[in-house]
Structure formats: C-alpha cells, structure tokens
Design a binder for this molecule. Structure first.
Ligand SMILES: C[S@@+](CC[C@H](N)C(=O)[O-])C[C@H]1O[C@@H](n2cnc3c(N)ncnc32)[C@H](O)[C@@H]1O
Length: 392
C-alpha cells in the first residue's frame, strides 16, 4: 500500500512513535463516539492511556530483552508501540481472530519498519495462548485487552507467561465489576461486587483476586505491579511467580471485604473465615464483597520509574502515575470527602488536611488515584469522625 493512501473507511493515525492504519473512529453527527466494536478492525483512540501505561510499565519493569504477546491485538498498535518505544521488547506476537485485523497488523508492522520483529497470527486467543504454554514457548509479557471481561483468557495467559513474567489485563465491564449489575460479576468473576462509594477500587480488587485465583490453580503466585482505574476501563499488571509456595502466598491475600453503610466501617476477613454479618462498631448489617485481593495493588517505586519515562503527550498516564506514586494501596477502600462531610455535618475540608491529621493520630492515610477528593485510611470510623469535627 502507498504511503498516505488508505482503504475505504480507514485512515492513518499517529500514537506515540507509531503511525498506523485503523478504521475511521465512528461518531454520531454530533461528534459523540459510537462503540468501536462496530468497525471492521477494532481501534479506540480513547484507550491511548491504557497503551501508554503498557509501554511505560514494560519499559520500566524489565531489565532484559523480552518477547511480548497480544492475543487480542486489534490493529496491532499496542504491540508495535512496545517494539518502537521500549528498548527491551525484541519480538511481539500479535494475534487477532478477525482476519481483517490480522491483515492490518501486518500492514502496520511493515509501515513501522518492524515486520521482522512481529509474528502476526489469526487464531482464537485461548488457542493461541495454549500453544505457547510449554516452557520454551512462553512469553515474558502477555497483554489481555478485550472488550468486556478478560476472564476467559486469563488462565491461558498465565499458562503462556514465563516465571517472573508479567500479565497485563484490562476490563471494560465496569457495570458488572462495580456492582451496578452484580449478577454478571458473580457469573464471570466468581465474586460478589458492591455498589458503594468506593466500588471502583472493589472492581480492581475483584479483578486482581481473579488473576491470583487463576494463577493458583496452575500452581503459580502473583505479585501485583500496578492497578488503576481510568474512565471506561480498569487495568491490572501482575508478575507471575511459578511454584506452589508463590501460589500459597498469594492466596493469603484473597479475602472478603465488609462495609457498614451506617457507620462506614471497612474491614477485611481472610478467605478461610466467614465475614462478620454485623458491624463491629455499630451493630448494623454489613454488606459483603469478594472473594477479592485484600493486599497491596501497586508498587510505588515502579510507578515512580514509570513516571520518569512519561512522554510529552502522556497527560492522562502522567496524572494517574503521579497519584499512584504516593497512594498506599495496601489500605483497602476509601472515603470520599463529600460523604464524610455529610456524615460529620460540616463543610468539606481539603483531603490533604484530613490525611495529615489522621497521620498525626498514628494512622496510615493517603489519597487514591481513583478519586482525588477522597482519603484512604486504616482509622476506625469513630476517629475519622473525630478528625472531621476537629479540623477548622
Ligand atoms: C479491545 S480490542 C483490542 C485492542 C488492542 N489491544 C488495542 O490496544 O488497540 C479486542 C480485540 O479482540 C479480538 N477478539 C475478540 N475475541 C477474540 C478471540 N476469541 N480470539 C482472538 N481475538 C479476539 C477482536 O477482534 C478485537 O480486535
């Protein structure tokens, strides 16, 4: 194909250091985006922050030459960006079930001068991954980026990921994961969601918990590297540690989350115990979510190294990372300041003042990238309330 010419319905886009062919992004006459699933090859420009994060994580995490795989590659832009924008990816296996996507991946690899580093294929993703489950064919990085839930691809992604490799996965079925529609979440993720003020974090924890349980079935453990929420998706990255001890260790981080809607107490209970039905503070009925990941969700120092590499047009990734760097993700849940203020019958104080005061009392506290106007803390509700009533 000639430079600049594009088939009907397609155009050339630029993202990061890659120039690539993809369908014209569908929009209504008013300029509103229409679901990108309706186009001949999937491409969603609004997912650029997800691709930016993938590039940053792979560049910052691996200190050796690696092979990456994208079983659901669409136009191939993510994998080609990994080849062009990191120094450590030397080969990318880009697969898509859609034959048009397969052709576009090959054209895009050619157009970016990386055809010799791209292995394109046109297979069902689970089959593609299963074919790479033997140790010598595994990848160091596997990226699972479906429309909706990644669950049906996760077990095979772990099979296809080498020891100390990384699986990155996103989910766009946020209505299920945040408990707006609980039944699909129970069906797909084997977990009960909860529709409360911090549901988005619960969504991330359900997804990380699902990855850990899928890994444990295969005798592998996981180490969460980075987890975040962004508008229409959540994304988690986890290192895979093969072996029984790793599996047992990460299963210890799976548990239940209880939340009291009356006094706002958040608690976690190990998977092997039954969660309290009644709140320990006020005796009201608890809501229960899980099983989910109750441990740390992100590695702050990795987020810092990613932040150092942020490119000029990475505004959204920069914003998220600059918050994740100081977020204490081992604290479960968060309290939006407007909710706390209504509860304490006062005007909303700045979150930083609440955090400082909680720390003065000896508690852990931080902000969350999900909601900059919220606080995470291990303080019990009575002390959070005390802080709110003493702050000017
Ligand atoms: C969200 S898109 C991927 C977008 C791409 N990762 C990016 O960053 O632009 C999901 C892709 O998965 C492909 N797909 C859906 N089901 C599949 C399956 N079972 N096996 C392989 N590919 C599949 C679709 O054709 C679509 O291109």
């Amino acid at each position: 194909m000639q430079e600049n010419s594009a088939p009907d319905g397609f155009r050339w886009y630029s993202e990061g250091r890659v120039r690539f062919l993809a369908p014209i992004f569908p929009a209504t006459e008013a300029g509103e985006p229409i679901a990108p699933t309706k186009i001949p090859v999937f491409y969603n420009p609004f997912s650029k922050p997800s691709r930016d994060m993938t590039v940053l994580l792979v560049a910052a995490f691996f200190n050796k030459r690696i092979t990456a795989a994208e079983p659901l590659a669409g136009s191939g832009v993510r994998g080609i960006r990994l080849l062009k924008e990191t120094e450590n990816v030397e080969e990318a296996y880009l697969n898509d079930l859609n034959p048009s996507a397969y052709n576009v991946i090959k054209l895009n690899a050619e157009a970016n001068g990386v055809a010799d580093k791209v292995v394109a294929s046109n297979q069902e993703a689970s089959l593609f991954l299963a074919r790479h489950s033997e140790a010598r064919y595994r990848f160091e990085y596997v990226d699972v980026d479906p429309v909706g839930a990644p669950v049906r691809f996760l077990e095979n992604s772990i099979r296809a990921c080498g020891h100390l490799g990384v699986v990155g996965a996103s989910a766009t079925d946020l209505a299920a994961l945040t408990g707006v529609k609980p039944r699909p979440c129970i069906r797909k993720y084997d977990a009960i969601p909860m529709h409360v003020a911090f549901s988005k974090e619960i969504a991330i924890r359900i997804m990380m918990g699902f990855v850990a349980r899928a890994a444990a079935r295969l005798n592998a453990g996981i180490e969460p590297l980075l987890s975040y929420y962004h508008r229409h998706f959540i994304r988690v990255f986890a290192q895979v540690k093969r072996g029984r001890s790793g599996a047992l260790q990460s299963i210890q981080e799976i548990g239940w989350l209880t939340y009291c809607g009356s006094c706002m107490r958040i608690e976690t209970t190990p998977l092997t115990e039954l969660p309290d039905r009644l709140c320990r503070t006020c005796g009201s009925g608890n809501m229960v979510a899980g099983p989910l990941w109750v441990g740390r969700l992100s590695d702050n120092s990795l987020a810092g190294r990613m932040l150092e590499r942020v490119g000029e047009d990475y505004d959204e990734a920069r914003r998220a990372l600059s918050r994740i760097v100081s977020e204490d993700t081992s604290l479960v849940g968060y309290y939006p300041i407007p909710l706390l203020s209504r509860w304490a019958r006062r005007s909303p104080p700045p979150p930083k003042a609440v955090i400082e005061e909680l720390r003065n009392l000896g508690y852990r506290a931080s902000q969350t990238h999900i909601d900059p106007n919220a606080v995470k803390t291990d303080a019990p509700p009575e002390d959070i309330k005390r802080v709110l009533s003493t702050l000017p």
